[in-house]
Design a protein around this ligand. Structure first.
Ligand SMILES: N[C@@H](CCC(=O)N[C@@H](CS)C(=O)NCC(=O)O)C(=O)O
Length: 188
C-alpha cells in the first residue's frame, strides 16, 4: 500500500484532503518538519531527501512535489473524477495548471512574500498581476479552472490563498473561486 508522509498545517494538507476525496487506499503517516518559525525538526522517519512533506512512497517508487503527487494520485485513482486522464477532454489544461502552479504560481508568491524582484525573474516568470490574470481568465467564464469540472488543479492552485490572506488577489473571480474550493474541500 502506498504511504503519504504528511504534517498538519503544511503544504501536505491539500494532498491529505485529496487522498480522502479519492477514497484512496493509502497509509497516512504523520511526521514532524522544520518550520519557518524555527519550531519543529526534520523527522528521521520521513524518507523525503530533504525531510519535506508531502512525500508519497509507492513500493520502490516515490513522488515529491505536490503537482506531481496530485497527478500521480488522480491518474492512479480515477474513480472520483478529480483529474482528466490521458485522452480525456481538458487533459492538457489540467497538466498545464498543475505545472504552472509548481513552476510559476508558488515561486512568484514566495518571491513576493520575500519582497524580492529582479528583471530576470520578471522575464522568466512574469509577475503576480500577470499570474492573477491567467487564473482569473477561466474563472470569469466558469466556476472552475477546467470550466464546469472541479478538479485537483483547483485544489492545488487555490491552496496558497487559504494560508496567506495577505496574498489574496483583489479580484472577485478569484475570491469567489477560493471560497468555492474551500466549500468543496471541507464537504469532502
Ligand atoms: N515544492 C514543494 C514544497 C514542499 C515544502 O516546502 N513543504 C514544507 C511544508 S509547507 C516542508 O516540508 N518544510 C520542511 C523543511 O523545509 O524542512 C511541494 O510543493 O511539495
Amino acid at each position: 500500500m502506498p504511504t503519504l508522509y504528511f504534517s498538519p498545517n503544511s503544504r501536505s494538507d491539500t494532498v491529505v484532503t485529496l487522498v480522502r476525496m479519492l477514497s484512496a487506499d493509502i497509509a497516512l503517516r504523520e511526521v514532524t518538519i522544520a518550520r519557518q518559525d524555527g519550531s519543529g525538526h526534520r523527522d528521521p522517519a520521513n524518507p523525503h531527501p530533504e525531510g519535506k512533506v508531502p512525500y508519497l512512497v509507492d513500493g520502490d517508487d516515490a513522488v515529491r512535489e505536490r503537482g506531481a503527487i496530485i497527478l500521480y494520485l488522480t491518474d492512479t485513482y480515477p474513480a472520483a473524477g478529480l483529474g482528466p486522464l490521458p485522452g480525456a477532454a481538458r487533459r492538457g489544461d489540467y497538466l498545464s495548471w498543475l505545472f504552472y502552479y509548481q513552476g510559476v504560481i508558488e515561486p512568484l508568491l514566495t518571491l513576493k512574500w520575500a519582497n524580492i524582484s529582479h528583471p530576470a525573474i520578471t522575464a522568466t516568470l512574469r509577475d503576480v498581476d500577470t499570474m492573477v490574470e491567467r487564473l482569473a481568465e477561466p474563472l470569469r467564464r466558469g466556476p472552475w479552472l477546467l470550466g464546469e469540472r472541479f478538479s485537483a488543479a483547483d485544489m492545488l492552485c487555490s491552496s496558497p490563498f487559504f494560508w496567506l490572506a495577505a496574498l489574496m488577489p483583489d479580484d472577485p473571480a478569484i475570491r469567489d473561486w477560493v471560497a468555492r474550493c474551500r466549500d468543496r474541500m471541507t464537504a469532502a
